[in-house]
Design a protein around this ligand. Sequence first.
Ligand code: FAD
Length: 811
Amino acid sequence: MKDRAQVVIVGGGIIGCSVAYHLTRLGWRDIVLLEQGGVSGGTTWHAAGLVGQLRSSSNLTQLIRYSAELYSQLEAETGQATGWKRCGSLSVARTAERMIQLKRNASLARSYGIEAEVISPSEAGALCPVMRTDDLAGAVWIPSDGKVNPADVTQALARGARAGGAMLCEKVKVTGVRIERGAVAGVDTSEGPIATDILVNCAGMWARELGRLSGVTVPVHACEHMYMVTNPLPGMSSDHPVMRDTDGHIYFKEEVGGLLMGGFDPWAKPWGMEGIPEGFSFATLPEDWDKFEILMTNAMQRVPALETAPVRMLMNGPESFTPDNYFILGEAPEVRRYYVAAGFCSGGIAAAGGAGRALAQWIVDDRAPMDLWQADIRRFAPFHADPKFLRDRASEVVGVHYYIAFPNREFESGRGIRKSPLHERLEVKGACFGAKMGWERANWFAPAGVEPRTVYSFGRQNWFPYVAAEHRAAREAVAVFDQTSFAKLLLEGDDAEAVLQHLCANDVAVPPGRMIYTGMLNDRGGYESDLTVTRLRDDAYFIVSASAQVTRDASWIRRHVPAGARVTLTDVTAAYAVLGVMGPRARALLGRLTDANLNNDAFPFATSREIRVGPALVRASRMTYVGELGWELYVPAESAPAVYDALWAVGQDLGLADAGYYAIDSLRMEKAYRAWGRELTTDDTPLEAGLGFAVRWDKPIPFLGREALLAQRQQLLTKRLLSFVLDDPTALPLGDEPIWCARERVGSVTSAAFGHTLGCAIAMGYVRRPAGVDAAFVAGAPFEIEIAGDRFAARGSLRAPYDPDALRVRA
Ligand SMILES: Cc1cc2nc3c(=O)[nH]c(=O)nc-3n(C[C@H](O)[C@H](O)[C@H](O)COP(=O)(O)OP(=O)(O)OC[C@H]3O[C@@H](n4cnc5c(N)ncnc54)[C@H](O)[C@@H]3O)c2cc1C
């Protein structure tokens, strides 16, 4: 074995082998892959081998489309069979609501370039004759989906990697990781140390433990996952499509002339709580027919032949799951050049090709190749790796695979981990909470006598009228929003201004007390974050961004602090509660609790000051995400309840209302305020997003991404963010729907909500057009938004749909 390598990959499952293969394809040779057992002996060898391409975002879907393409060619390239078969997949619906979901999926698939057809139960029966269809509402057929033999694909990738120069070592266990000055320096193994600058943790369900050795958070937890295989059945051939009956939690696939049937039961059994036994390779778990019963019962309903079919085996194998059902990819925020690809949530065979290629590119270029935020490791914080949280959540996540993906669906497990100081008060007021980054946040408030529980559906959900009232309070009177979960970072030191001038596209060299809305961009001009930066002192800035961004923003800033710069960065998220006091009567309300002059001249927009509000000294920042007069009050956590009580003690006659995050969404959509992760991603620039006003081209310190933006500024903009107003009252877009213009698909919806001031649905989305997207084109374009297969007329605009200042309501 070598004692030095450019890259060390830990884990010889399908993911590790794919990363090794793709690194060699990119021209890297000096790669060592270490596998403690045998190649594919972890979870990979016993996978069912389904390759379904559709995922919840375009980029994740593209990764799997590439996997399918790769698997179809690997045998020719390496001489190793993969078992790839383009057999197509069928998803059936037992209920009307499931059918809506399938139709939405079909729309989504088509918008991502995957052929998908909505078909009748009898057409489904013709494709899958063993299936009972008289109880079905319909189905969707995706002809380009397929299946593989997972162990064979892994061997093919391993063979390709070896041919490209990589060294694969079996029966070598990594026992430690050497870190020097915050970066990878080497690994210790059962066969001795290897010096390396780049480590890739592809250790499957072992990835959390391996991460822990270096303080890297990899929140994965194993759960038992089962399928059974029958003896050969009449009428089965290898061309038989994969079939999913998600209402019954089950899937089917042909296997050596018989049927393989597995599934995702609503609450799975976590496994490996006391650690994974030493030497667990090519191993399985004991059969558990009791646990399998729910799947078996449903399977017999769908395929009656199973009632008598002889069962050849019941496979029970562990697979690792993450807290949100997305896999984990990218460079760990804690250690430089420490990469992770793990937690594939029962989709690792399908994802391996694309995820392996994306991570290899990430390693070679030292940056993500595209927006992969859903899978990005920086979406987590240390609490996500807490064993109890993970165990509970993993068990639920397994079932989520086949839940109906209703909008606003919240996890039930792992709740109550982080609470605002106002939590109990809001609970008493009827808050219905959701969770973001572990924080419990009020989504909406139930009036007296109404249970604060969201009833899920694809139509207007039960909170609709209550959110309408919250919305109106913010537009017409005053509302208080608990926004404590905002990510809050403090950057202090003599070089704070210089560091931020380089990182921020806007000019932060402003006097203390000024607030700046800005993006942090990558070298392609895409958004790494959008945030507000408040200058507190000459040498201190207060940085606020969305709740989910805290790990990512802190990591991005730390990575870009030049050596020797005199700054410290502190996460102060939990130190301050945030009360957003918003609405035309916000000034009147706060005026009753403070001596500070709140007039426009004394306290203009985008300024921030410490003022006394009721019993506490708070930082009041004149900013808004709802498009009304208002202040965000940053209140020391211990004083937040008293300030909240003071607001309510004097605010009732002004029409004060509690309001939650659903109201924020409705309000911000009317004003076309962008959200990071939706309208603003690493693939979108400020020019495309219509935020050129927040770019200072001529700062003394040029910002990261300036060159790319300057180049884009010279060209025609062929992609731009638009707002859309849908006049049909039955249209309820949720996000991700295709946008059409004169029979051409021109984009996808990024966010959508019902605008209660305008009284109709509103969406935002990027439109692409080679001839350019400008006001003249937009004004006359016959846009349509496709929702579950139906197209609704949509009026597009480069400006906000609701803009009373410009006297352009519903322009
Ligand atoms: C029953 C079942 C059915 C499934 N069906 C499908 C399917 O149809 N389609 C699909 O896409 N996915 C499916 N999956 C999921 C899929 O199998 C996994 O997502 C995938 O195999 C994960 O691959 P991996 O490389 O991340 O992990 P693994 O295959 O577990 O590889 C990780 C490797 O790391 C090694 N390792 C760990 N620690 C160390 C160390 N310290 N030193 C050296 N080596 C180490 C382990 O020995 C192991 O071999 C299924 C899973 C199960 C359990």
